[in-house]
Design a protein around this ligand. Structure first.
Ligand SMILES: Cc1cc2nc3c(=O)[nH]c(=O)nc-3n(C[C@H](O)[C@H](O)[C@H](O)COP(=O)(O)O)c2cc1C
Length: 450
């Protein structure tokens, strides 16, 4: 029985009652993305009928925090430690001779748009885009496996353009390019939550094998098969694999594309991937991620680990939330047990140093729910004074995905210390409570209430 990748995930989602089936045929141009956007990627949706294709699609798979915890066998309270444990103690993966991914193999006359229903999402997007593909590469020196999601513009036939924002991966390609050598890649679609989470561990941990992190996280070896046309391993039970190479000496214009924060990213020359082989399961399911912030939850979950660790060095941190509204990158809330005057400000310094993309952070006490925006607003309103508690750092290194500064890639940073003071004055900040409130079961008073 299969226990890995998308088919198994679908069984589990079905058992949880968490999958919607779209009963109407959808056009992959705009309409499919429109349906996904309506549910903000919070609801997994299967599209059995996509115009001009016999292949099914699935989207909105991994954008809901509660569903993700269930798929990853985690609770909110132990998630950070389970991720840390897997990153610190990678486990071996397993190479198998065969797997369902080998059911269909194509190595000639590859036309990606004919094979799969690749969506076009937004009005000014330059083309159709593969947005959920996990790119597998091998570190040229250490031979360890590195996986990450990189959006892929469809250029026609077997050609894609890749947007790779990672300095390490870009550098590896540029080094090989100097010797006129390609970088082999495999793009994996139809994976499970463990595979996705491992792919979001930062390139800073390049050298750590992501297949091994995946195996540690899932609690059993990830099963992998050899590719047909490149020297790489891919999951035996995934839906679709596109094998190919980043071609030295060639660039193609990529973009515009409506990206993470809902703005169009510009047009620029990017490397080309030439697809040399396609493998897919019988009756494959094409995986889709609507290109807006909601599906970046996986990235945010890993950034929460980084943020927690940076805070832990300075203060007694309780919990962290790298927020959806901030693209799971730019904005965070953290709660701390304030023990000394100055803890709130130290927490701001630690948080803003945890990742260059983080632009804003709010620090609160443990009696504030950092997953409730109204509670955060309440804490800022009643526990912070701008002249004393807002810390502003002008013109620091930021992200080019966030357009508010005149210089792309530069940003002001701000931290808000919304913790209450210590000592006698703290009494002023005691939250009024009703004894026994938590034990009230409202359905006993209003049985007809659903
Ligand atoms: C749905 C999704 C789409 C993404 N698209 C891109 C992309 O187009 N280009 C990119 O460089 N990173 C993209 N990312 C982020 C990388 O996959 C992620 O940061 C990964 O961990 C690589 O690590 P690095 O950013 O440290 O290099 C995406 C992430 C997700 C979850």
């Amino acid at each position: 029985m299969e226990r890995q990748m998308l088919r198994y995930t679908l069984e589990r989602l079905d058992q949880m009652g968490e999958i919607l089936v779209c009963e109407r045929e959808v056009d992959p141009i705009y309409e499919l993305g429109g349906v996904l956007k309506y549910f903000r990627n919070k609801k997994p949706i299967l599209f059995p009928k996509i115009k001009n294709s016999t292949v099914r699609g699935i989207g909105g798979l991994y954008g809901n925090r509660e569903i993700m915890y269930k798929l990853l066998h985690m609770e909110h309270d132990n998630r950070l430690f389970k991720f840390m444990e897997a990153i610190a103690n990678p486990k071996p993966y397993k190479i198998v001779d065969k797997g369902p991914i080998k059911e269909n193999i194509i190595t000639r006359n590859i036309d990606l748009s004919r094979l799969f229903p690749i969506p076009k999402y937004q009005e000014k997007d330059s083309s159709s885009f593969i947005t959920a593909g996990v790119m597998v590469v091998k570190d040229p020196e250490t031979k360890k496996y590195f996986t990450s999601i990189r959006r892929l513009q469809v250029n026609g036939g077997n050609q894609l353009s890749a947007l790779i924002a990672s300095p390490k991966l870009t550098n590896d390609f540029l080094q090989l390019e100097k010797e006129n050598k390609p970088l082999e890649v495999a793009i994996v679609l139809g994976y499970d939550a463990f595979f996705l989470m491992a792919s979001q561990v930062s390139s800073e941990s390049y050298g750590v094998d992501k297949f091994e992190i995946d195996s540690a996280l899932r609690g059993e070896p990830l099963e992998l098969v050899h590719c047909e046309t490149v020297d790489l391993l891919v999951p035996a039970h995934c839906e679709i694999v596109l094998e190919g190479k980043l071609v030295p000496g060639r660039r193609e214009l990529e973009g515009p594309f409506g990206e993470l924060m809902g703005y169009y990213g510009g047009v620029a020359p990017h490397p080309i991937i030439e697809i040399t082989g396609v493998m897919y399961r019988n009756d494959p399911i094409f995986q889709i991620a609507f290109p807006c912030r909601e599906e970046h939850l996986s990235n945010g979950l890993i950034r929460e680990v980084e943020l927690y660790n940076y805070l832990k060095n300075q203060v007694d941190v309780i919990d962290v939330n790298v927020t959806e509204g901030g693209g799971y990158r730019f904005n965070a809330f953290a709660s701390i047990n304030k023990k000394k005057d100055g803890d709130g400000k130290s927490a701001i310094l630690a948080a803003l140093g945890s990742n260059k993309d983080l632009k804003q952070v709010v620090i609160v006490d443990g009696d504030v729910d950092i997953f409730d925006l109204q509670d955060i607003e309440w804490a800022i309103t009643t526990r912070a004074q701008a002249s004393q508690d807002f810390v502003i750092v002008p013109g620091a290194l930021g992200s080019s995905l966030e357009p508010s500064h005149d210089l792309r890639g530069v940003t002001d940073k701000v931290g808000i210390d919304a913790t209450k003071p210590l000592g006698e004055v703290a009494e002023r900040f005691e939250r009024a409570r009703i004894p026994g409130y938590e034990d009230i079961d409202i359905r006993k008073y209003f049985p007809k209430l659903v």
